[in-house]
Design a protein around this ligand. Structure first.
Ligand SMILES: Cc1cc2nc3c(=O)[nH]c(=O)nc-3n(C[C@H](O)[C@H](O)[C@H](O)COP(=O)(O)O)c2cc1C
Length: 365
């Protein structure tokens, strides 16, 4: 476990940079690291501008840098470079304050014209401060960050995909052992067959799914919750004869999954549909839905119900494409509705079960 200091370098409230950084922080925490936020705009302005390291708050901030194993630094692009707030803080640090530390730079900006500000402006300063490793940073376009008044943040896939990749690379740097494991798993699994299996709630194959959903829901809905145990519903809801938890695996890697639980005698509810980031845009979520529908039919259900959150546009599109009927006004602002319900009638229940799926079926009949 590493202690990571996240430096929040925007003077604005609310701040898109803060939104992006909060998502990165959630991922670091989910990976088991300790994250300490340092919000520069909350430091005493006069002491900051004067570079007064005798000031107690400034001294404490400098100590946070010294104590960290790694640093995430986020700033908006102002006038083609980093914010002045970020620079005044960096200026009062000792010459080699980042010595021995890995640093991940994250930038938000209004114009793609300044996408390289990470590399031509911020990176040289970090190197000059002695950073042992400056990770592949990322520039997020402000228009790709939607902030909600409750603290939720919705990142456009054009931003969340690459941000996921650079954060992953940073995490791998922080934990070389797990990096090797993940890289080998990804490389060896790419050619392997995709397998579908039903798992119990405590199965290790579910861990990546549950951990990533906590990050996603936490970011989008501004929730502090770490409900990795799905305690909002009894876990027996996800077991036969009521329901099931399915995972798609490739080699040793869990690449997608989803769950079913009983809503009423005729209706199964779909929950927790998820695809691992590196495997998105491969049609895996559609495959999960199809497998869940088949399983629901095997368990004796004749229809499927689900809700998706108002801040999950990709899920909404997925269910529409998979033939689900929206039970809400598609033209309304999803924020004004809340959870978005969908239903789908299943094809006739097959009389003969598919080999290997017998453990899911039977008890409801
Ligand atoms: C004073 C000022 C200067 C800016 N200069 C640039 C710029 O040169 N290039 C750019 O891409 N965006 C520029 N922007 C836009 C911000 O970088 C962008 O809105 C950013 O997402 C704001 O982040 P924040 O909400 O965390 O403060 C500027 C914004 C302000 C307020």
């Amino acid at each position: 476990m590493a202690t990571v200091l996240t430096i929040y370098g925007s003077p604005s409230v609310p701040s898109r940079t803060d939104g992006v950084l909060s998502h990165v922080d959630r991922r670091l925490i989910a990976a088991g690291h300790q994250v300490r936020p340092l919000v520069l705009r909350e430091l005493p302005a006069a002491a900051l501008l004067a570079g007064d390291t005798e000031n107690a708050d400034i001294a404490a901030a400098v100590d946070l840098v010294a104590d960290a194993d790694a640093v995430v630094i986020g700033t908006p692009v102002f006038k083609a470079a980093y914010s002045g707030l970020t620079k005044v803080f960096l200026d009062l640090l000792p010459q080699f304050a980042f010595q021995g530390k890995a640093v991940l730079p994250v930038v938000t900006g209004g114009s793609p014209a300044h996408v390289l500000a990470v590399d031509y402006a911020l990176r040289p300063v970090l190197t000059s401060l002695g950073a042992a490793h400056v990770g592949q940073g990322w520039f997020v376009l402000g228009d790709h960050v939607r902030l909600f008044p409750d603290g939720g943040v919705l990142l456009d896939p054009a931003a969340s995909g690459p941000l996921y990749e650079v954060t992953d690379a940073f995490l791998r740097h922080l934990d070389a052992t797990s990096a090797r494991r993940l890289t080998v798993a990804a490389a060896s699994s790419s050619e392997e067959q995709i397998r579908v299996r039903a798992v119990q709630i405590g199965d290790p194959a579910l861990r990546p799914l549950l951990a990533d959903l906590v990050v996603e829901y936490g970011t989008r809905y501004g929730r502090p919750s770490a409900n990795t145990e799905l305690t909002e519903v009894p876990i027996t809801d996800f077991e036969a004869p009521n329901g099931a938890f399915l995972v798609l695996t490739q080699g040793t890697e869990t690449i997608a999954g989803g769950a079913l639980r009983r809503k009423d005698d005729r209706t199964a509810e779909v929950k927790r549909v998820w695809t691992a980031h590196p495997h998105r845009r491969r049609g895996l979520a559609r495959r999960v839905i199809a497998e869940l529908e088949r399983t629901a039919a095997e368990l004796g259900y004749s229809q499927v119900y689900l809700t998706t959150g108002p801040r999950q546009p990709e899920a909404r599109n997925l269910y529409l494409a998979a033939g689900y009927a929206p039970q809400f006004d598609l033209t309304a602002d999803p924020e004004s509705i809340g959870p978005l319900p969908f239903t789908k009638t299943l094809a006739a229940v097959p009389l003969q079960r598919v080999d290997g799926r017998a453990e899911l079926a039977g008890a409801r009949r």
